[in-house]
Design a protein around this ligand. Structure first.
Ligand SMILES: *Cc1c(COP(=O)(O)O)cnc(C)c1O
Length: 232
């Protein structure tokens, strides 16, 4: 299967899931999770019509960006962002998905102010309460939004989550539904510099389930590019 064929299949599955949930297929964005795929393969995915490229590792992103890999698509940072890498990412990407702590939000805020820009971010929620994962606890999202609201140079555009690894796609349904609830509840409150536009959840194994539960931005790697080779 070519990348273009895979993108077409993912789009069809997304559309079916949207329609089944009574939603407009056009309201759901497809981010290609491009980690470990070279510039040529990233360009193929963009040509095939993915909406966004999402990268995980700062160094890899900078190298591929220098090669012009992302021309024609917005670039998002979807990985875990270390505070000492903030300088390299702020202003380069249109959205940082994994804003997972107040110190990180403060670091992004400082860097954005230095550059005279406003950086869009999503708050990452540790929806499965896993000790191995970072992110805000579900019950602290309101406080996090309030704190973020007071920071100059950042604008919160929604929430993101990576639920626990699960052997069946439907197993993550409770986590996706809990995220949707947080998205709706916190979207009703009015904070400055916050607009609940994006609910980023769902990967290759469970993006249709995530869409059924309300995701409007899915991050798909393997189903577009095939398995990643971690030991080349
Ligand atoms: C790699 C990655 C994805 C995509 O994972 P697949 O299972 O390959 O679709 C999505 N989100 C994040 C944060 C990732 O790191």
């Amino acid at each position: 299967m070519s990348i273009a064929e895979n993108v077409a299949r993912v789009r069809e599955a997304m559309a079916r899931a949207a329609i089944a949930a009574g939603r407009e297929p056009g309201e759901i964005l497809l981010a290609a999770a491009t980690k470990m795929n070279d510039a040529g393969r990233v360009r193929e995915a963009i040509a095939a019509g993915v909406d966004i490229c999402g990268e995980n590792r700062v160094q890899e992103m900078l190298e591929k960006q220098a090669q012009g890999a992302y021309e024609g698509a917005p670039l998002h940072f979807i990985g875990h962002l270390q505070k000492n890498k903030v300088r390299q990412v702020v202003g380069l990407v249109s959205l940082i998905h994994g804003a997972d702590s107040l110190p990180l939000l403060e670091a992004v805020s400082r860097e954005a102010q230095k550059r005279g820009i406003v950086q869009d971010v999503l708050l990452e929620v540790n929806i499965g309460r896993e000790s191995s994962k970072s992110g805000f606890a579900p019950e602290s999202v309101g406080d996090a939004l309030e704190a973020a609201s007071a920071l100059e140079g950042i604008f919160v555009r929604g929430l993101m989550a990576i639920p626990p690894i699960c052997s069946v796609p439907a197993g993550n349904r409770p986590f996706f539904l809990a995220m949707k609830q947080l998205f709706v509840d916190n979207g009703r409150k009015k904070y400055d510099n916050v607009s609940m536009d994006f609910l980023s959840m769902g990967m290759s194994g469970d993006f249709t389930e995530a869409i059924a539960c309300g995701a409007n931005l899915v991050r798909v790697g393997t189903a577009i590019f095939g398995p990643r080779n971690y030991n080349p």
